[in-house]
Ligand binder design. Sequence first.
Ligand code: IPE
Ligand code: IPE
Ligand code: MG
Length: 244
Amino acid sequence: MAAKLPVPCHIAIVMDGNGRWATRRLLPRVAGHKQGVDALRRCVHACIERGVGVLTVFAFSSENWQRPADEVSGLMELMAMALGREVAQLQKAGVRLHFIGERTRLSDKVRGGLAQAESATAHNTRLVLNVCFNYGGRWEIAHAAAALAARGEPIDEVGLSRAMGMAHVPDPDLLIRTGGEKRISNFLLWQIAYSELYFSDVLWPEFDEAELDAAIADYARRERRFGQTSQQVVAIPIAEKRTA
Ligand code: IPE
Ligand code: IPE
Ligand code: MG
């Protein structure tokens, strides 16, 4: 059940470790990705129970195209399948879906599925679920800058923030990476400027409520200073220290 701790408004997750989870079981890597979808479903419901408002997950990076062709096609098929199978449930649970990333390289089927899922869930308000798919942080920043330039608008911080694919949500309070690696791998480069980082050794298919609670508990112990001194921020409860 919900931990009685200050809960981050926005949690972002690099869902890493699917391949290793499968390889350790002598299964094909795509079996790990399938298990990863189950872990995401669990995580979405756990976030809803805990009052998290926004969950952003990294599902496929701009660089993941460089993987073996059968893994890439397996991931694309899995996305198409998950869209068909999960959207009705998410809709019922009050989840609003957004897909962030470059769509032109995706198949018509996947592209259509993304658009359909977004419009079917557009009126939901319980949880915003951003799925970063064919996404790279550098792509997002460059894309935003190009959009501003094309409109002849100034390329400044406010303009860039508004032109980002993630402009509809506040910046993540907590960034979790599973799978043991301590790197960002081109995820939300712009938005994590002041996110608290949490690295878990658990492989994504095994990420469960207890792990989520451990990350939230760790987050609750952090002092977010946003450039100020400890003395300046110490009197303010963590719930009021979130980025706007
Ligand atoms: C993350 O798991 C999912 C994607 C990148 C699509 P990995 O497939 O990277 O799993 P590991 O890191 O090889 O174990
Ligand atoms: C990051 O994981 C991308 C996703 C989780 C979708 P990777 O497994 O691709 O990252 P690297 O290659 O280990 O940095
Ligand atoms: Mg990986």
